[in-house]
Design a protein around this ligand. Structure first.
Ligand SMILES: [Zn+2]
Length: 957
């Protein structure tokens, strides 16, 4: 009776608090059973004023918590500031260890540093160091800002380690230096937490508003909408730079990246494929040790989990694979609640997963991991040392021993690449002039060609793989990373079975998690070679941190001109300078023929700035740009050319227009695509205006000459614009506007009822090359599948990375590790009659495009071919009415695939004779179609010049 009364009272009270009502469906986890606790250390709740999992903590509140704890426990805790985010939040590392370890932190760091170079420390010395050395455990939280359970967990872990006198916790502190990364993505977290707190009712209904994060919030990404868990390869984002700097200062042996939120908790062992540069069986052995320990803890709590599924270890840019390639054991943990699931979420069996329970699971996994690290301390340190030692050894038996990177294609862009390597502590040499024998050209890719001797008279960078960072260097630089043969066979078998399935039958899902090619030289569009021959080059010296600055000082050329400035288009910076000058209302021209000046021929595409046509401030403006962008500028003091018909005053030196740039920023648009364009324009200080589709329909385009449509779902572009919006767009283009589309937005342009191009999508309903036309419009279906949120936001059981809750209206047509908003391109619903006629989407490979060098879109490209990323099944027939500036040859002498995985019997065959870059003149304007994003993740930059050309030159020809 009394019990009933209490229960009734509880229910009554909880009517005012929906969260707790649902939370009663499971036992409330107690975070404070691992004491005794030191009373002077404040619990997070005493500062936050709410219980664990009742509310989302903002970044500033969290800072108050860790500061209060650090202040109360100075013997164990020290906070390091490691750098600002784009939105001026400070990123922190909280170092926690025993008082004895804290008193000698610098010594521990220095000893640890000695374990990374086996050339300076022999195994006996390493063993000696390891005896009295704790492991460094890097516990990172909230890289995806909307995976909110990890953020709250972090404060509980900090408190536990700072306050508890429990024996097990003491053992952790004695054997670990724990580095808590308090927020890998503070800006994304803040967007999500503030939004969620402001709308949430704690409702478990999957359709509730709080489970549908708006486009402009989407806290997974950082400020520039980059996925920070893909960014380690090129470290484009400030958060990645902050973290990498700290990472290489501490050299941790254990790394855990805390995420959310699949159906059940995930911890390693990881799924296949595993990057072949990781040493086996060591990598698997450590994943087993930690995995089994976590399993014991979870079994004891009767919590569900899975291992060896979905979350792979192949792409080297994740925060598990990248640390692993540095000798740590890098692990991804995924808890099952919080984030889009909010405070409460109904599972597929009707039970409720709460925010608090998701925090509890991460908390237990964090503590178990640190206990396991403590128990295996000596063994882990030994393996960490051996990782680099054996890495150096294995070069002897491997083919690729040296990589040479040639800066002649663009020295600034190459310097950016070298800076990435320096940041990753990869040793790079420079020789001003040398010959490399048996050099294999990266551009040949999968086509085996004979090695040649190659002389670098202008100097080149040399990466010898026999160095401590061998495994990481090879993983991000090798021309192609081989896939496991059995894994590929398995995927090919699925592909063949899928081809036979009817259009209404669901297809088997492939296990690729991410792109399969990323090597930095090809991604950047920089020339590179590898060699079996690593014989010493006498004048090759290790470059230090000042080298690039010194090179820059040498390379920048500026002298004041009397008549004109010439900016040769031999670096991306030339186009950027031209746009910047135009936008500052200076007058810039381009030579459309070979230009002769200073006794030299400059190819068409060379920029000319005439002194007499500009204000006197032009001199300073150009000098400033030269300094900022690393520009080579020539001064011309006479208009009379020595040869040819075109000098700086020639008829074929044509004036360029000041581009007024807008970009679509709206729900049809892929956030990461928009983000990569935003970041690129921002880093070059090129101003643009983000516009919603509603504004465009309402006539906002009249103030602009260029409209960039980032990748997005074609069907959504179409429905958001509507017939009226499409007409508005066409009228604007006819009147002289330039529309730039890429990938999904190019598919939109090619849709029959949109008709912005004469190109057709290969395998689509209106593709004439498809013999037997299906009755229904397959392309539309395919688009639909990508673009429309499923009617119910119900994740399918198990493989639910494909069936995200559709909180985001912007599913991205690419598989994305733990990206619940990004289903992989669904297999095209083609009837089996069309088997072999419809391109199967590829996860992401580097392909060889052939350059039409007579077109203004390819100004600045002086090679016959260009490596480009392709990560879809969108292949475009050549335009019949426009120009096809980059194409895939119809009868190539070599494979079109340079690096990465493609579908045998499908990709190469169907890609032949298609176009990558199309200029479709329309009235007085242009539609420019790219088959893929030009700046994918900020890593791929080989199409930088075509992209800027499409902004620069339209309206002029
Ligand atoms: Zn995540």
């Amino acid at each position: 009776m009394i019990k009933t009364k209490i229960l009734l009272l509880a229910v009554f009270v909880c009517l005012f608090c929906a969260a707790n009502l649902y939370a009663q469906s499971e036992e409330k986890f107690d975070f404070y059973t691992r004491g005794e606790y030191r009373p002077q250390v404040p619990r997070p709740q005493s500062i936050l004023r709410y219980d664990v999992g009742d509310f989302h903590t903002t970044y500033a509140q969290m800072e108050k918590v860790i500061e209060a704890i650090a202040k109360a426990a100075p013997d164990r805790v020290k906070i390091y500031d490691i750098g600002l985010t784009n939105e001026y939040r400070m990123q922190h590392i909280v170092a926690i260890s025993s008082p004895e370890n804290m008193a000698r932190l610098d010594e521990i760091k220095a000893n640890n540093q000695r374990l990374v170079d086996s050339r300076a420390t022999n195994p006996a010395q390493a063993a000696q160091i390891s005896q009295n050395q704790p492991v460094i455990s890097w516990m990172a939280y909230t890289i995806h800002g909307n995976e909110s359970a990890s953020f709250e967990t972090m404060m509980q872990v900090v408190y536990q380690l700072a306050a508890s006198d429990q024996l097990e916790t003491q053992a952790i502190l004695q054997n670990n230096v724990v580095l808590i990364i308090t927020g890998e993505n503070p800006d994304g977290h803040e967007r999500f937490a503030t939004w969620y707190n402001s709308v949430a009712t704690g409702n478990a209904d999957r359709n509730a508003l709080e489970h549908r994060e708006p486009w402009s919030i989407w806290g997974r990404y950082n400020h520039f909408r980059f996925d920070l868990n893909r960014d380690n390869i090129a470290a484009t984002q400030v958060e990645t730079k902050n973290l990498q700097k700290a990472f290489f200062e501490w050299n941790p042996q254990i790394v855990v990246d805390h995420h959310g939120q699949p159906s059940q908790f995930f911890f390693p062992p990881a799924a296949l494929p595993i990057n072949p540069n990781l040493p086996q069986p060591q990598t698997n052995r450590w994943m087993e040790i930690f995995g089994r320990a976590n399993a014991r803890s979870f079994d004891a709590n009767r919590w569900d989990y899975y291992v060896r599924d979905i979350f792979d270890l192949f792409y080297p840019g994740y925060w598990d694979s990248y640390p692993s390639l540095n000798g740590a054991i890098g692990m991804t943990y995924e808890t099952d609640g919080g984030g889009f699931k909010g405070l409460n979420w109904t599972r597929d069996d009707g039970t409720i997963v709460t925010f608090r329970s998701a925090i509890a699971k991460h908390f237990v996994a964090s503590m178990t991991t640190l206990e396991t690290a403590a128990k295996n301390r000596a063994d882990r340190l030994k393996d960490y040392y051996d990782f680099r030692r054996t890495g150096i050894d294995e070069v002897r038996t491997e083919k690729i021993k040296r990589i040479v990177i040639d800066p002649s294609r663009d020295w600034v862009k190459t310097a950016d690449l070298i800076e990435i390597l320096q940041r990753a502590r990869i040793e790079v040499r420079w020789s001003p002039n040398f010959t490399q024998t048996s050099a294999h050209d990266y551009a040949d890719g999968k086509n085996s060609t004979a090695a040649k001797s190659k002389t670098f008279t202008g100097g080149a960078y040399i990466v010898d793989l026999a160095q401590p960072q061998k495994r990481l260097a090879k993983a991000i630089l090798e021309p192609d990373t081989p896939q496991d043969a059995a894994f590929v066979r398995d995927q090919m078998a699925k592909f063949r079975r899928n081809e036979l399935r009817g259009k209404l039958q669901s297809k088997e899902e492939y296990a690729f998690y991410d792109i399969t090619a990323w090597n930095l030289p090809l991604a950047f569009g920089v020339d590179a070679y590898w060699s079996e021959n690593a014989a010493t080059i006498p004048n090759a010296n290790l470059i230090d941190e000042n080298f690039l600055a010194q090179l820059r000082a040498q390379k920048i050329r500026f002298t004041r001109a009397e008549i004109a400035y010439i900016i040769p288009y031999s670096q991306d910076a030339a186009a950027i300078a031209a746009i910047r000058l135009l936008k500052a209302n200076f007058r810039v021209s381009v030579a459309t023929r070979t230009l002769n000046a200073l006794g030299t021929n400059f190819p068409s595409g060379t920029f000319v700035i005439r002194v007499g046509r500009n204000q006197p401030t032009i001199h300073q403006a150009i000098e400033n740009l030269a300094q900022e962008l690393g520009l080579t500028v020539f001064a011309v003091n006479t208009g009379f050319q020595d040869a040819g018909d075109t000098g700086i005053g020639g008829e074929n030196v044509v004036a360029l227009q000041n581009p007024k740039i807008a970009m679509i920023a709206d729900e049809a648009v892929s956030q990461t695509s928009y983000g990569s364009l935003w970041w690129t324009l921002d880093r070059y200080k090129i101003e643009f205006t983000p516009l919603t589709i509603n504004s465009i329909r309402g006539g906002a385009l009249k103030n602009y000459t260029v409209l960039i449509a980032p990748d997005g779902a074609a069907g959504r572009y179409s429905s958001a614009l509507g017939a009226g919006g499409i007409t508005t767009l066409k009228t604007w283009i006819n009147g002289g506007g330039t529309l730039i589309t890429m990938r999904g937005s190019s598919v939109f342009a090619a849709l029959k009822d949109v008709g912005l191009t004469s190109s057709k999508l290969v395998g689509s309903d209106d593709d004439e090359d498809l013999d037997k036309k299906p009755k229904e419009n397959d392309v539309d279906k395919r688009q639909e599948a990508e673009s429309q949120p499923s009617p119910s936001p119900t994740p399918a059981p198990n493989r639910n990375r494909q069936a995200e809750p559709e909180a985001s209206p912007t599913p991205e047509p690419r598989t994305d590790k733990q990206d619940w908003q990004s289903p992989m391109l669904p297999p095209i619903a083609s009837p089996s009659a069309n088997a072999g006629k419809v391109p199967e989407p590829i996860p992401g490979a580097i392909m060889r495009a052939t350059v039409d060098r007579t077109n203004y879109l390819t100004y600045g490209i002086e090679t016959e071919t260009l490596p480009v990323l392709l990560a879809s099944g969108y292949f475009f027939r050549p335009s019949k009415e426009g120009t096809n500036a980059l194409v895939f040859e119809a009868q190539p002498k070599q494979l079109l695939t340079v690096a990465g995985f493609v579908w045998e019997g499908n990709t190469e065959k169907l890609l032949r004779g298609t176009a990558y870059l199309i200029d479709e003149p329309t009235g007085s304007g242009h539609v420019i179609l790219f088959a893929e994003e030009p700046f994918f993740r900020g890593i791929f930059r080989s199409t930088t010049r075509p992209f800027f050309n499409s902004i620069l030159f339209n309206g002029s020809f």
